[in-house]
Design a protein around this ligand. Structure first.
Ligand code: HEC
Ligand code: HEC
Length: 237
């Protein structure tokens, strides 16, 4: 109890420090002082006892900015995670933390989270948007249908690619095409220190496809109506 009080106090103080420095910055025209104050190191305080808004504060800078691009391993949009299955978000964060997914930035972030943080953050993002249900089935052009059939993709991700058969499997309909392409290629990558995903199921799937075919699949899946969104959020409210 006492610890919690101290932490809320620390949060309040951190919040007011930001307001103060923001005002200072606003009242001077010097560009040097106009720089944003150093962000409060969220991971350094007890993330576990903070409210979920404080826990997702470190995600917003990338996942809460529509169209935000990452540059590693190539330029692509950061994945939409709002509306994604909570169980899949947890599975992905655990995979980064364990190193099964090797993306360096997401590894560092996932490692700073406790199990409880991951559970709360995952539920938060799953529930952050409610969208109208998308059509149950899709009608892909023949060339794309042949690829989807060859990989039996719908058998796991659902007939409309928004209803996976298991909560730990992702919704992929409507996800950014450039991200889907990077993700698909990452399941083909082995033996690189900072690159690749070691998921046995998807590794088996992508083996049979060329990069050009993966790109065709990614582009098509991105055009489908989906349940994933990027929800813009301000960091301090
Ligand atoms: C510096 C930018 C950045 C920050 C901050 C960030 N992410 Fe990410 N996130 C990414 C990128 C880029 C990827 C794609 C990584 C890959 O290729 O595997 C990603 C991937 C993910 C994925 C996997 C999505 C999928 O469809 O498989 C999840 C889940 C995720 N991030 C959650 C979070 C959470 C939760 C936070 C905050 C605690 C966070 N991220 C903070 C950039 C960021
Ligand atoms: C046997 C079940 C199964 C089949 C078949 C399957 N997938 Fe997957 N897929 C999964 C699972 C499980 C994951 C999550 C893997 C992980 O945790 O990294 C996944 C992940 C993905 C991702 C990464 C999504 C993200 O947000 O990062 C993409 C893209 C994808 N699958 C596309 C496909 C395509 C395209 C096909 C057909 C060629 C396919 N999948 C076939 C089970 C399957």
């Amino acid at each position: 109890m006492r610890k919690q009080l101290q932490i809320s106090l620390a949060l309040v103080l951190a919040g007011s420090a930001f307001v103060v420095s923001a005002q200072t910055a606003a009242s001077t025209s010097s560009p040097a002082q106009g720089q944003a104050p150093a962000p409060t190191p969220v991971a350094a305080r007890s993330v576990t006892q903070a409210p979920v808004q404080a826990k997702v504060a470190m995600c917003i800078g990338c996942h809460g900015i529509p169209g935000y691009q990452a540059s590693f391993p190539e330029v692509h949009k950061v994945p939409m995670i709002s509306g994604q299955n909570a169980k899949y978000i947890s599975a992905a964060l655990n995979a980064y933390a364990k190193g099964e997914r090797k993306h360096p930035t997401m590894r560092g972030i996932a490692q700073s989270l406790t199990e409880q943080d991951i559970a709360e953050i995952s539920t938060f993002y799953e529930q952050q948007v409610k969208v109208d249900p998308v059509p149950e089935t899709i009608d892909p052009p023949p060339a794309v249908k042949a690829l989807l059939d060859k990989g039996n993709c719908a058998s796991c991700h659902g007939a409309n690619f928004s209803k996976p058969i298991d909560g730990t499997y992702p919704k992929i309909a409507g996800q950014h095409a450039d991200y889907l392409y990077v993700a698909l290629k990452s399941y083909q990558t082995e033996g690189k220190p900072y690159l690749g995903r070691a998921n046995a199921i998807m590794a088996g799937q992508v083996k049979q496809f060329s990069h050009a075919e993966l790109k065709t699949l990614a582009k098509y899946l991105a055009t489908l109506p989906g349940e994933l969104r990027t929800v813009p959020q301000s960091k301090f409210r």
